[in-house]
Structure formats: C-alpha cells, structure tokens
Design a protein around this ligand. Sequence first.
Ligand SMILES: O=C(O)CCC(=O)C(=O)O
Length: 306
Amino acid sequence: MVAPDPGPESLRDTSYAVVRGMFDQATTERLAAICDRVLTQWRRAPRSDNPPAGPQANYMRHVNDPDYHRDHPDDLSFLLDALGSPKLVASIQTALQEDFLFALASLYFNPTGESEDGFWHKDKIGEEANVSKVPETGAGLQIQIALGPTEDLELVPGSHLRDYTEEEHAICIADDGLHNRSNEMAGALRLSLEPGDAALFTQLCIHRGRYHTDILRRTLMLSVKKRAAAEHSMRHRGLDYACDQPWFLLPGYLDGVSPEAQSFFQEFIDFYGPRWKARLTEMIKYSSLMLAMLESGENPFLDPPR
Ligand SMILES: O=C(O)CCC(=O)C(=O)O
C-alpha cells in the first residue's frame, strides 16, 4: 500500500508536505499557459540576469514582474490570485505556525541545452534560520505547484532536523562539492506530483531538482519568508534580489486580484514599500540632478580638474 502524503501539519517533522489538487484543472492549465508565455518572453528579453538566460537555465525569478504581462494584464491578476489564494496561504500557515510574508515567485523548467541532475544542498540561509519562533522550519518555505506532471524534486525527509550525516556530507560538501550530483543519496524521496498538486518543503532539508532536456517541466514556485527572518535580513542586509520588487508600488498593480490575495500581498507591500520608496527617492534626486547638469552644459565629472 502506498503511504499517505504528509500534510502541512506534519511538515515540521517530515521536511515536506503534499497537498493534492491545490488548484483545479482549469486554473492549472491557465497558469501553465501564462508561465509558458512568460518563459518565452524571458528567454528573449530577461528582466534580470539572476540567473542568466541560456541553454542551461532551469529557473527564472519574478514571474510577476509586470513587464512580462504588459499586453496581458488579466494574466497578471490571475497569477497573483493563485499565488495568494486562501487555500494555499492556509496550508503555509498550518505548516509554519508563524507570521510570514510573500517573498518571490519563480518558475522551474527543463533546460534546452544539456541534461543535468541537480546538486544536493540545504539552502544557505545563515542566521535568518535562528531568529524564527519555530526553528524546525527555518526562515520560510518553498511551495512548488506542478503545472504539468513532475518527478523532478527530490529531498531527504527529516534531514532538516539535524546536521549532515557523514555519508550526506561526503555527497553534499566534501571535495568542494565534487560529488554533489550523486544518485546515491540514502533516504532520498522523489516527489511525484500531478498538475495542480502542491509540494511544500523547508529550505533546511537536503534537496535538489532534476533538469533533463527531454522531461518537460513547468513548476511554479512560491517562496515565503517568516516575518522575523525578513526583519532580521532587512536590518543586516537591506533589499536583496528577492524582495526588491518595487513594481508592487505601481497604481493598479493588484487590480482584479481577490480581496484575500490582495491582503496577502498588502503585508509584503507594507513591509518593503518604505524601502522601495526610499530607493526611488534617491534615484529621482540623482536623475533630476543629472538632467539639470546636462541641460546647463556643466558636467563636473567630465570637466578637467581646475
Ligand atoms: O526544484 C528544484 O529544481 C530545486 C529547488 C531548489 O533547489 C531550491 O528551491 O532551493
């Protein structure tokens, strides 16, 4: 008999949870079409070089960047609605038992270049993991939503509760990571997801993806961050590539999104908005100064020293 999937309430012990049928077929198909379109645009005109687009790329960040939806505003609200859907948010709350914020939305896909097995790792989240009220779940959670059938995510259940064993260390860390794509990881579990299923996992467990050119993969990933971790990282590091999403300030960015999803994203906006605005203010100050200098014909930087 097949063992039942652990639910979100067990994630603290099991490292992961699966919620079958998080999204219905129609929603999943529309999300898949939106993500396909965004991926095509990203390959042609990526809005960020992290990670660089190219034949070995297997994920992209910020699927919700409005530039990917300029001619498709309904797609953006549909996507945001799904990412902030009450069922999804409730399952995260059950798993974390702690206040959290939206962090980012990514898309994982099969590469077009060479096939690769991913490398085993625990995410490097440093001190952020130590400030949470529930240490077993670290700084937040990754939630993968299968847009097509997938068995591309593997993890070692329970490995978040301890340091690497000697055998795991030999694979993940030793010899400068030379063996970290090994297919001999003891206790590894390959998650089998159908379209619309969601897998939640903690960044603290050993995990990896599979990136085979001939196995179609379209997996939307929502990342959330505990508020305590977000506060810690803002104090120590300021804005980073993940939370620097000033497009949330655009008037009408949340138009058409359900009130429940809006309130999920509003917490993110309330937290980071003042930092995005401070950065914008700086940019306006410098760009208006630059314009004034150009208009006056004076350029103190290019002029030879007097
Ligand atoms: O699903 C994948 O391909 C890997 C995801 C991963 O490594 C991560 O979220 O840190």
